[in-house]
Design a binder for this molecule. Structure first.
Ligand code: N01
Length: 537
């Protein structure tokens, strides 16, 4: 499929970075065009997020039937999910199954991290080098590096002094970890922590949970998928998928809310809807009304509803107050999981409030915070990721005139549609900043990007064009559009990773585009207008 070139390197039409769900589909689409492609993956197998995040309790918080590949009805019908919210091992098996079923392994190089990609303007090709010493020349470079794949370990004084084991949820050891009978400290209370905590508490001697910011957690009520529901979905997968794509976050159409302000109806009606959604479980908790994420008054109703639930679940009133968040609900990602708040009723769990003190230092066998020292055998950092831009900028990407992407994005990511960067021809980013990405069901966003990019490449090849690249003007207008949409919501109002606020010195900018349906139609319109806003050569 690919040619050897004189330098001893390889030459292909397309280099794809990453063999997670996005990279696998992109490879499949490029091969369907009859073009050659190679995928470079730093891990030893496919799966991306689900390859690395093997921590106890890890599972997806988008429903399995929705968090499935969209491109093949046969695949959709033949794969049987065992639970409403799939576990990490099942998601990893699914990725492996897809790679085998579509014969993708042959074109993936594992244990091979892309270090540098340089656009050679003379020959109009990308030159890519990897950690395993490979050099590849390609017409196109596509990043499918994921949004939450650069784990963030905070800098804590005297980190190296700790003699026990230190784990990060985003890099969990493949061979597993036995924590039985240990005293463990966990730092962080985001989506990863709220899954780990209930999963490990029963086996521990003691767990200290170090909380800097309390988090809103809504139940999953996980269980088997009701067979009549599954049958109805399987009867017409196309309309199931289409209906989900009409939702702002590209999933949850079964729980579609009303196009109605929560402030325009009696309070009891809002409470009833929240109660019904709480009892249904899942990420559609805030979908009942159209202003829960745009009006602080409407948002407060939902926030207070969850706080009342926390106060009811957690028996110790001091602990339950500490667990009640102070920021608007949804401006940091709402977490979904079962048994998190209940864990704080267990005798072997202590919540440590570090909102004022932070963690001061590590000792040989302890964490020191506030005026106290907490003895621990092992530590788990559930401290998140350098989200969205981290994985992209970990590669030295060099565009026209030797300008690096890192320089270009010094003040935050700039691109057009999230897909293309001016000064970086024939370069596409899948589900990155500037696209709906992390605010959506990733499979829908991946599908839309893979289809759009492959049609674009096909069109270029058929028309014998050699370069496509966003213009600076369309890029500037797009950056303004993304931030304008966000400014009409409560999203920018707290220190979330959506804004880069979790990483010291990272430029603050709301990165994802809000609203899958309007994004999808914009991309379609641009394509139909012969890629308006792009420069084609
Ligand atoms: O990371 P996070 P995550 N000292 O950034 C705390 C997806 N995901 O891995 O809020 C003390 O959300 C930090 O505190 P604060 C999902 O999109 C999905 O949990 O910054 N604490 C916070 O509590 C999710 O949003 C699934 O004050 C520190 C925590 O660490 C995203 O991944 C499962 C600290 C980090 O929370 C990231 O989730 C898991 C410090 N120095 C993840 N630094 C599902 O599909 C950070 N913290 C279910």
């Amino acid at each position: 499929m690919h040619d050897e070139v004189h330098s001893g390197g390889l030459s292909v039409d397309v280099v794809i970075v990453g063999a997670g769900f996005a990279g696998l589909l992109m490879l499949h689409q490029i091969r369907r065009l009859g073009l050659s492609a190679l995928v470079y993956e730093r891990g030893s197998d496919v799966g991306g997020t689900w390859f690395w995040n093997r921590y106890p309790g890890a599972r997806c918080d988008t429903e399995s039937l929705e968090y499935s590949y969209q491109f093949s009805t046969e695949l959709f019908r033949e794969w049987k999910w065992s639970e409403r919210f799939a576990t990490q091992p099942e998601l990893l098996s699914y990725a492996q199954h897809v790679a085998q079923r579509f014969d993708l392994y042959a074109n993936i190089h594992f244990n091979s991290a892309v270090k540098k990609s340089h656009y050679d303007e003379k020959i109009r090709k990308w030159q890519t080098t990897t950690s395993s010493g490979e050099c590849i020349t390609s017409d196109f470079l596509i990043l499918a590096t994921g949004c939450l794949s650069t784990a963030h370990l905070p800098e804590i004084p005297e980190m190296d002094r700790f003699l026990g084991k230190v784990y990060h949820t985003g890099n969990w050891p493949k061979e597993g970890v036995d924590l039985t009978g240990q005293v463990v400290g966990i730092v962080g209370t985001g989506s990863s922590a709220i899954q780990v905590i209930p999963a490990i508490v029963p086996q521990l001697r003691h767990l200290y949970v170090f909380q800097r910011t309390a988090n809103y957690v809504v139940p999953a009520w996980n269980g088997r998928i009701p067979s009549e529901y599954e049958l109805s979905v399987m009867a017409d997968p196309a309309s199931f998928r289409r209906n989900n794509a009409t939702m702002i976050r590209a999933h949850g159409y079964r729980n579609r809310g009303k196009d109605l302000s929560a402030l325009s109806v009696p309070h009891e009606q809002v409470e009833r809807d929240l109660e019904r959604r709480w009892n249904t479980g899942g990420l559609n908790f805030l979908d009942g009304f159209n202003d829960l994420l745009t009006s602080t008054d409407a948002n407060r109703i939902a926030a207070e509803f969850v706080k009342a639930k926390i106060r009811k679940i957690v028996k110790n009133p001091v602990v339950s107050e500490l667990l009640c968040p102070r920021h608007p609900i949804g401006c940091k990602r709402v977490s979904v999981g079962d048994g998190y708040y209940e864990s704080f009723n267990a005798e072997n769990v202590t919540l440590v409030d570090i909102s004022q003190s932070g963690i001061q230092r590590l000792g040989e066998d302890s964490i020191e915070a506030g005026q106290s020292s907490y003895r621990c055998d092992s530590l788990i950092f559930a401290t998140g990721f350098d989200a969205m831009t981290g994985p992209i900028l970990s590669i030295n990407i060099i565009g026209r005139n030797g300008v690096t992407l890192r320089e270009k994005w010094r003040e935050g990511p700039r691109n057009y549609l999230g897909l293309s960067v001016s000064g970086f021809p024939n370069f596409f980013i899948m589900t990155g900043p500037g696209s709906p990405s992390v605010l959506t069901n990733m499979h829908v966003s991946i599908d839309q990007h893979a289809a759009w990019i492959s049609r674009c490449i096909n069109s270029m090849k058929t028309r014998q064009l050699t370069e496509i690249e966003a213009t600076e003007d369309s890029e500037s207008r797009w950056v303004d559009t993304v931030s304008q949409i966000a400014s009409n919501t409560i999203f920018p109002s707290c220190n979330s990773w959506y804004l880069g606020a979790n990483i010291p010195n990272k430029p603050r900018m709301f990165m994802p585009y809000i609203g899958f349906p309007s994004y999808e139609s914009k991309c379609k319109e641009i394509e139909e207008n012969n890629y308006s806003g792009f420069k084609l050569v």
